[in-house]
Write a protein that binds this ligand. Structure first.
Ligand SMILES: Nc1ncnc2c1ncn2[C@@H]1O[C@H](COP(=O)(O)OP(=O)(O)OP(=O)(O)O)[C@@H](O)[C@H]1O
Ligand SMILES: CC(C)(CO)[C@@H](O)C(=O)[O-]
Ligand code: BAL
Length: 277
């Protein structure tokens, strides 16, 4: 049975009776197959699954899509039930932020200021603040985050290490549509034409991943991205897996963000640089 908790008191009441390993999957709702994959991974590794659904105002900047962000609680609950969640925590804003936005926040530091953070100032401090609240509220032992939001995953791992938060953070590979588009709640903003144009993101990454040095990977990706009508690239970068400078050899990551119409999309892919040993 899936219990719905709309308040912290109800969450605590349901959570208090549990034994065994508890996994948390944190979401903003509008659930899709990417979220389902996180729930399946969580179910496979824990005795209990709690899913949180909260569109966190603290991580949206002025002019971003906070008001417009899809809110589909009934459909989301059906997904959580189908995936065997024990508990869904879907608080109202006032339950999470009773005193207005919090005065004390978790500072994301320098890694929060590059890539997504450069385009969305304050975003990761908003993310890490709500993520730490949700970790404390759910008292989960494990948590599953998507690689689709690669920088977010890296920052959550870093926060857990830096602040000694007792939770095991696991990454789950990006779930894609059959044509390669990374699943995202924001895909529903795209018209058919924009969706077709957005395919250059995954195609650029896929072609870049066949290259063995950073410059060729970037040049290949740039060429494919340039073929997308109405696709405005925000950044395209190669980093090491922890988002440091690109290595000459070994595992790396290519990250891309672009605006398609009014919609900002992100994607990334692992790269293997250097000679094959
Ligand atoms: N395609 C995907 N594959 C794997 N995980 C995903 C995918 N999309 C989202 N997730 C993960 O689901 C969790 C909740 O993300 P969120 O609710 O913001 O969904 P989203 O689709 O990323 O939404 P948005 O369009 O707002 O970025 C995050 O850990 C995120 O990385
Ligand atoms: C982790 C998260 C639920 C925090 O609001 C959000 O950033 C998301 O959905 O990826
Ligand atoms: N999916 C990450 C949350 C955000 O874009 O605000």
């Amino acid at each position: 049975m899936t219990v719905l908790a709309r308040t912290i008191a109800d969450l605590r009441q349901a959570r208090d009776g549990w034994d065994g390993a508890v996994a948390a999957v944190l979401t903003m709702g509008a659930l899709h197959d990417g979220h389902r994959e996180l729930m399946r991974a969580a179910r496979a590794h824990a005795d209990r699954l709690v899913v949180t659904i909260f569109v966190n105002p603290l991580q949206f900047g002025p002019g971003e899509d906070f008001e417009r962000y899809p809110r589909t609680l009934d459909a989301d609950l059906a997904v959580c039930r189908a995936e065997g969640a024990d508990l869904v925590f879907a608080p109202e804003r006032a339950e999470m932020y009773p005193d207005g936005l919090p005065a004390v926040r978790v500072d994301a530091g320098p890694l929060g200021e590059v890539y997504e953070g450069a385009s969305r100032p304050g975003h990761f401090t908003g993310v890490l603040t709500v993520v730490s609240k949700l970790f404390l509220l759910t008292r989960a032992h494990l948590t599953f985050f998507g690689e689709k939001d690669y920088q977010q995953l890296a920052l959550v791992r870093r926060m857990v290490r830096d602040l000694n938060i007792p939770i095991d953070v696991r990454g789950v590979p990006t779930v894609r549509e059959s044509d390669g588009l990374a699943r995202s709640s924001r895909n529903r903003y795209l018209s058919a034409e924009q969706r077709a144009a957005a395919l250059v993101l995954s195609r650029a990454l896929h072609e870049a991943a066949a290259q063995s040095d950073t410059q060729s990977a970037l040049a290949t990706a740039r060429k494919v991205l340039a073929s997308g009508a109405g696709v405005e690239v925000d950044y395209l970068a190669v980093t090491d897996p922890l988002l440091g400078p690109a290595p000459a050899d070994g595992p790396a990551r290519m990250l891309v963000a672009a605006r398609v119409g009014g919609t900002r999309l992100i994607d990334n892919v692992p790269l293997q640089l250097g000679g094959v040993s």
